[in-house]
Design a protein around this ligand. Sequence first.
Ligand SMILES: *[C@@H]1O[C@H](CO)[C@@H](O)[C@H](O)[C@H]1NC(C)=O
Ligand SMILES: *[C@@H]1O[C@H](CO)[C@@H](O)[C@H](O)[C@H]1NC(C)=O
Ligand SMILES: *[C@@H]1O[C@H](CO)[C@@H](O)[C@H](O)[C@H]1NC(C)=O
Ligand SMILES: *[C@@H]1O[C@H](CO)[C@@H](O)[C@H](O)[C@H]1NC(C)=O
Length: 286
Amino acid sequence: MSKQCYGIFFGILLTIAGVFGQDTSAQPVRDLYVAVGSEVNIPCFGGEELEWRVNRSALTTGPVLHLRNVSLEDTGVYTCHGLNGDISDQISLHPGYAPSPPVVHCWAPSYPQKAFCSWVQKPDTLLPTQYLKTYPCISVMGSDSLCEMSKLQLFTLQPHILNITAINALGTATGFMQFILEDIVKPDPPVNLTITASSAKRATVEWTPPPSWPDTVHFPLKYTVRYYWDQQQTDHTLGPYELPRITITGLRSGRTYKIQVSAEDLLDQGSRSEWSDPVSLAVPSS
Ligand SMILES: *[C@@H]1O[C@H](CO)[C@@H](O)[C@H](O)[C@H]1NC(C)=O
Ligand SMILES: *[C@@H]1O[C@H](CO)[C@@H](O)[C@H](O)[C@H]1NC(C)=O
Ligand SMILES: *[C@@H]1O[C@H](CO)[C@@H](O)[C@H](O)[C@H]1NC(C)=O
Ligand SMILES: *[C@@H]1O[C@H](CO)[C@@H](O)[C@H](O)[C@H]1NC(C)=O
């Protein structure tokens, strides 16, 4: 992973043409992105400037505004004013951070058709940041931190590698994940868990395979069921089962049970799904 910082020195002036402040003045606002902790000198583009203001409050005088150690509190709109009080220049100061290498995570809830990758950036750069991807990975619903890969080769010997490069005004950094598709299989949890009490002590639990799993015929799933009841910390797990239905016996009257189910590839590829949302079964007191 490499991390390069481009010019955190005396600030990067990016003039955004056509963007005007709320002020009545026709001076365009210049966006200035600076690293927290850096030293910045902001010249005023204009006539004989006398006064600098921040958020309309007087700050200092002189042709160049000097900030020794920029902090997040320095965020604001800086204006410099000529003798007659007119605005000569307006700068919107955005303190933030250069990107750190994105932490990339990929998983395959729809094996063998597709995989998803998401990434996080810590700390948040607080600045507009763009992400470049090396692999054909299509953004999901316009998200800039989640993408989808399809038609990946199965059972490859060489891992697939997805690089994510974060770029903002202060620098660039690359993070990546390499994976064999079969190793990152992780179904979504089963859905529509229903419980039918068949007697005071027995209940039938049924569920539907995760809708995102495309083909349970050629790529069957197996299921693990767990249940627990009030005042009991330890849970009981049952399974794995290949059919989406089991009968639980030995239930006790007066208890409220919580039941969940999780799915896993029948051939143990990858990992088990998260648990489904718990469903309650109250066994009446006899
Ligand atoms: C992906 O990132 C790694 C590690 O930073 C780098 O060595 C490699 O050249 C990158 N690959 C591409 C295609 O950019
Ligand atoms: C800049 O400010 C931070 C936070 O107040 C402080 O921890 C740091 O030592 C300062 N750095 C310099 C070079 O003064
Ligand atoms: C300027 O105003 C913004 C938005 O209200 C505020 O977040 C910021 O702290 C202010 N900056 C200064 C230096 O007062
Ligand atoms: C789950 O149950 C709801 C309501 O009964 C139904 O509309 C939906 O199609 C079911 N989902 C699946 C995947 O069977």
